[in-house]
Write a protein that binds this ligand. Structure first.
Ligand SMILES: Nc1ncnc2c1ncn2[C@@H]1O[C@H](COP(=O)(O)OP(=O)(O)OP(=O)(O)O)[C@@H](O)[C@H]1O
Ligand SMILES: [Mg+2]
Length: 223
């Protein structure tokens, strides 16, 4: 496997961070040079942007949110993703451009064209080779987060509403538009998307399906 860019996408609580870590571990075990990273916040500047973007006490206009997400991405591409790919690494990224298209595009604006144009400038031609869409109903994803919070003994209803960040706190209709938006993206970009319905599946089972998708996609690939 030569330089390869894999992104994990999906609604909140669909298992992106869990699966990104498991996938990176497996690729590393195979002797590949792997970079595991995430958005927003994959760079020092990005971590500051992430704090603004996700802090429930911050008020942002829709366009500010679109532009800050794109700014985080532009920095991430320049500073982290492009250099890693140039060094022949496999990059596994927890959320990328499709998150902006789904959340800010479909979720907030109801259309992706403007968000897409802005992000085309941000990514400078660095589009994923493979995008794994972990699908789940928004209610189920939210419940997973709540269960994890209570299992860890964290109060699930103090401070931030239910411990949710600024974007997670939006209503169910928003999250439904995001989920439906991801499905539209998976047909628009069918070549790079693999959709996995994670409903009722154990983490290990999803990991196995993710792995099969990666193997299938890069089978016989000697880039
Ligand atoms: N298939 C699964 N079944 C049940 N629970 C799961 C599954 N996958 C992940 N989880 C649990 O659900 C919670 C959310 O998972 P994770 O943080 O990986 O989701 P995420 O997509 O990264 O969420 P976010 O969008 O909020 O970053 C975690 O506690 C995780 O252990
Ligand atoms: Mg996550």
């Amino acid at each position: 496997m030569g330089p390869t860019f894999i992104t994990l996408e999906g609604p909140d609580g669909s298992g992106k961070s869990t699966q990104a870590a498991l996938l990176a571990e497996k690729l590393t075990e195979m002797g590949l040079s792997v970079l595991l990273t995430r958005e927003p916040g994959g760079t020092p500047v990005g971590r500051r942007l992430r704090e603004i973007l996700l802090n429930p006490d911050v008020q942002l206009s829709v366009m500010t949110e679109v532009l800050l997400m794109a700014a985080d991405r532009a920095q991430h591409v320049q500073e982290v993703i492009k250099p890693a790919l140039e060094n022949n690494m496999v990059v596994v990224c927890d959320r990328y451009v499709d998150s902006s298209l789904a959340y800010q595009g479909f979720g907030l604006l109801g259309d992706v064209s403007q968000v897409k144009a802005i992000n085309e400038a941000a990514v400078e031609g660095v589009w994923p080779d493979l995008t794994i869409l972990l699908d789940v109903e928004p209610e189920v994803g939210l419940r997973r987060h709540r269960q994890a919070a209570s299992a860890a003994g964290r109060p699930s209803c103090s401070g931030r509403a239910g411990g949710l960040d600024r974007i997670e706190q939006r209503d169910l209709e928003f999250h439904q538009r995001v989920r439906d938006g991801y499905h539209v993206l998976s047909t628009l970009y069918a070549q790079r998307f693999v959709v996995i319905d994670t409903t009722g599946l154990e983490i290990e089972t999803v990991a196995q399906i993710v792995w099969e998708a990666v193997e299938q996609r890069f089978k016989g690939d000697n880039r």
